[in-house]
Design a protein around this ligand. Structure first.
Ligand SMILES: *Cc1c(COP(=O)(O)O)cnc(C)c1O
Length: 376
């Protein structure tokens, strides 16, 4: 069976995890946590990077920092994972869903303005498949209406918009290191923040509302309860696992891109003959090959393709069921404007196996089977 995903493993993970154990520092903010966050601060040019227990908790940190309360509204796409919106729903906000662009499956930047009301507090963008949203336009709208921008960059680690790494463009950036993502620690994430005052508050909220981090740096002589907060620190053992992958970040990225490009060049013919649609990468975006998807004619063709691949022992999956039409989405949110692309495009999309060091023969088999399905 060709798996859809295999979590990345470089070989150094166990050694580093044992080092963390030997350091007798297995709670949060140990040596490996510091290595990981420093590395990301330098690599991505971010004022502050805090490791978190997940991308979900990084987005929760965003909602807490923005003081989101009952009656506030947040704008985001409906074609996304639940973690984009749950953190705001937990604070009592109402979600205003906006349609996506069919070419990138990202929020349609030209439909954001129509969803803004006097209650709007933030725009939450999702860089689907590690391909950036049209951030100049998003930031321009945010400045005009004084709204915060949260980047759900769960899939966008190492991707760029123009010269900037995703996660460093908006007020807050949120990464995921879940096992399904490009770099992993099993469960984990990171929170990126540029404003220094907000970075200091983020540090406190992440540490149960205490100034423990300042205490360890010798900036205060005791630590106390400063603010509301929670526990968003991952164990240093998990950071050690992640460190093994960040060390090889470029190699992992190149390896994934090679697979992505091979899929793309092999399926170009099918797209040119109008049988399928391929992802499109805008010229100002550098992506990280987080996923490779194709779009079938419609839902029934997609179901047949997934079954055909399964018969050939290949696992391919689809997502997302649009949030606005799901039970919680109906309760906590509302779609603004026409759903021209969200539902229709999500029903056509199928993701093919893509992971670090996918076997060449397996990759060839996936390509062959998709071509066979389309009688190519
Ligand atoms: C994976 C993912 C998340 C959640 O990440 P966790 O680290 O599992 O919390 C959020 N948003 C998007 C778009 C994702 O793909």
């Amino acid at each position: 069976m060709i798996n859809f995903n295999v979590p990345p493993f470089t070989g150094k993970e166990s050694e580093y995890m044992m080092q963390a154990v030997k350091n007798e520092k297995i709670c949060g903010d140990g040596t490996f946590t510091k290595k990981c966050s420093r590395w990301m601060e330098e690599k991505f040019t971010s004022n502050k990077v805090l490791l978190t227990t997940s991308c979900t908790s990084a987005i929760e940190l965003s909602a807490l920092l923005l003081d989101i309360k009952e009656g506030d509204e947040v704008i985001c796409p409906s074609f996304t994972f639940v973690s984009t919106v749950n953190p705001f729903v937990l604070r009592g906000a109402k979600i205003k869903f906006v349609d996506i662009r069919p070419d990138t499956m990202n929020i349609d930047e030209n439909k954001i303005e129509a969803a803004i009301t006097s209650n709007t507090k933030a725009i939450v963008v999702v860089h689907y498949a590690g391909v950036s949203c049209e951030m100049s336009k998003v930031m321009e709208i945010a400045w005009k209406y004084k709204l915060a921008v949260v980047e759900d960059a769960a899939q966008g680690v190492m991707s760029k918009y123009n010269d900037k790494y995703l996660g460093t463009i908006g007020d807050f950036g949120c990464y995921s290191f879940h096992e399904t993502k490009n770099y992993s620690m099993g469960e984990g994430g990171a929170f990126l923040v540029q404003n220094q005052k907000l970075a200091e508050r983020a540090e406190i909220i992440r540490e149960k509302g205490t100034n423990r981090a300042q205490f360890f740096r010798g900036q205060v002589d005791k630590y106390t309860w400063q603010d509301m907060g929670s526990s968003y620190l991952p164990s240093d053992m998990l950071a050690a696992y992640l460190w093994a992958q960040l060390e090889l970040a470029e190699e992992i990225n190149q390896n994934r891109l090679k697979t992505w490009n091979k899929y793309y060049s092999n399926f170009k013919f099918l797209a040119e003959r109008g049988k399928i649609d391929l992802p499109s990468i805008p010229t100002n975006c550098t992506h990280n090959a987080h996923m490779f998807y194709i779009k079938c004619k419609d839902l029934s063709e997609r179901t047949e393709l997934i079954q055909y691949l399964k018969k050939n022992e290949i696992l391919a999956v689809f997502h997302y069921i649009p949030l606005h039409s799901s039970p919680a989405g109906l309760k906590y949110g509302e779609f603004v404007g026409e759903d021209t692309f969200t539902t229709k495009e999500s029903e056509r999309l199928v993701r093919l196996p893509l992971y670090y060091q996918i076997d060449d023969n397996d990759l060839d088999k996936v390509i062959r089977c998709v071509k066979e399905f389309y009688n190519d």
